[in-house]
Design a binder for this molecule. Structure first.
Ligand SMILES: [Zn+2]
Length: 467
């Protein structure tokens, strides 16, 4: 994501090929069977937040195994309705927590219809975002949930005989401002989903009824059109709620530029597209992609994705990175491409970890960022509630300043860049907590400097009130 209030540029990019690396431990076939088997399995995901005390039972984060979504667009009546079928596991009994910024029209749990009144909102602390939970006490084990819903988003626009839909995310919380739930957030604005620590495969079917012209689906996931004229988008098991880019559009109004680039270890296929009125941006976007890719590969090793797709917009819109893709303008495209390594290559597990990908995507393109003193580091970037999905906008200032400081400490070891290369190679395709980056740095720091590294992280994450 780019923060428009700053001159520095940021955002990111795709790991389809990494999907197998990121498979959940529950993808093991015997895990799909029964809750007796579940008892034998290890903890699903150590990055999952703890359960919370709720009204009458624990509020328990869920681990989605697979999601199937069908969304039908009644174009003449400007109506969009969807159904979500989720299979999920709970590691303890209680009320299941979901992320969905919308109200269900119907609710079925383990095959039984439920009263809509069971759908409730909870806010874990006054400063954190709220989430939804179903006030139905479920046993530890695997469950199924079907939710019917209407699609309400400013990113669905109807036009003459057709529509445009973009699954735009916005992962930055401006300092001191409450996020707009319809604009800020990830996939949960569109369909029931989960926090970023949860990686799971999804299958989308889009049914366009009454369209008077053809549509096309641009996506960083695999797209197919079937014989009935329905679109299918399938995401790999490595995707989380911030990974996916889908743009349903009228191809008459867009220009597309495709090609391939020889990377360090393989060829990268790219798709760049823009509204016809911005078609002149496409050759420049290709130049930026080629130059940025060459620079990033020289510093950080092979590009982590086998393809790249970017939709181009004008300077008035926000840019955002996706896995192997971006929605961006020319000025922020290099930052979004850098997120292909940090953000949507190595992925933050929670909003409180997202500062790290803004810090790294910024610093790797500006490694001459001036290093200040230890005392000049002052921030609270990684200390939010684990149930807060968004990243504080101070990530763009405190984050690269911390990296500049670490780079200066490591001048006798070739600076920070070689360590970032190893960190990316070790973690791409996985979600991580920011603490694992700190530990990676400390493990590679001479004993005499370990206290300084610890202190630098401490000041950036939660500055002491007195310097
Ligand atoms: Zn960014």
């Amino acid at each position: 994501m780019q923060n428009r209030s700053r001159s520095t540029r940021f955002t990111l990019g795709l790991a389809l090929i990494l999907s197998s690396l990121a498979c959940k431990r529950f993808n093991d076939p015997q895990s799909q069977t029964s809750s007796e088997d579940l008892a034998k399995l290890p903890q699903t995901n150590t990055l999952m937040p703890s359960s919370l005390s709720g009204p009458g039972a624990r509020l328990v984060p869920i681990d989605i195994q697979e999601a199937r979504y069908q969304i039908s667009f009644d174009i003449p009546h400007h109506k969009a309705e969807g159904t979500a079928q989720l299979t999920f596991v709970m590691q303890e009994g209680g009320y299941p927590i979901l992320l969905f910024r919308n109200a269900p029209q119907s609710l079925t749990l383990d095959g039984e219809a439920q009263a809509l009144g069971l759908w409730q909102e909870f806010s874990p602390d006054p400063k954190a975002e709220s989430f939804a939970f179903i006030k139905k006490n479920l046993a530890r084990g695997e469950h199924t949930l079907t939710i019917a819903f209407e699609v309400h988003t400013p990113f669905l626009q109807w036009d003459q005989g057709g529509l445009q839909l973009m699954t735009i995310g916005s992962d930055i919380r401006e300092l001191g401002q409450k996020p707009d739930p319809m604009v800020s957030g990830f996939l949960e604005k569109y369909v029931p989903s989960n926090y970023e620590w949860d990686q799971f495969p999804s299958h989308y079917t889009f049914v366009l009824q009454g369209a008077s012209h053809d549509h096309k689906v641009m996506s960083n996931a695999s797209v197919a059109l079937d014989a009935q004229g329905q679109w299918h988008v399938d995401t790999p098991a490595s995707f989380n709620s911030s990974a996916l880019w889908i743009h349903i559009l009228d191809p008459k109004h867009f220009a597309v530029r495709e090609g391939s680039i020889s990377g360090l270890s393989r060829s990268l296929a790219f798709t760049l597209y823009a509204p016809i009125s911005r078609a002149e941006d496409l050759p420049r976007a290709e130049d930026i992609l080629r130059a940025t890719l060459a620079r990033l590969e020289a510093n950080l090793g092979p590009f982590p994705h086998s393809r790249y797709i970017a939709g181009l917009h004008g300077p008035s819109e926000e840019s955002m990175e996706y896995v192997g893709g971006a929605y961006s303008d020319l000025g922020t495209l290099d930052h979004e491409i850098a997120h292909s390594y940090f953000g949507r290559g190595v992925m933050p597990a929670k909003g409180r970890d997202g500062w790290l990908d803004e810090a790294l995507a910024t610093w790797v393109l500006y490694p001459a960022w001036p290093a200040g003193s230890l005392e000049s580091l002052k921030g609270t970037v990684g200390s939010a509630s684990p149930y807060d999905s968004l990243t504080d906008s101070q990530a763009y200032t405190v984050g690269p300043s911390l990296m500049a400081y670490l780079n200066s400490l490591r001048k006798d070891q070739g600076g920070l860049m070689p360590l970032l290369r190893r960190f990316a190679e070790a973690n791409v395709g996985r979600t991580i907590a920011w603490e694992s980056f700190r530990d990676f740095v400390i493990a590679d720091t001479p004993d005499i400097q370990k206290d300084l590294v610890n202190a630098a992280f401490g000041r950036a994450i939660e500055s002491p009130s007195t310097p």
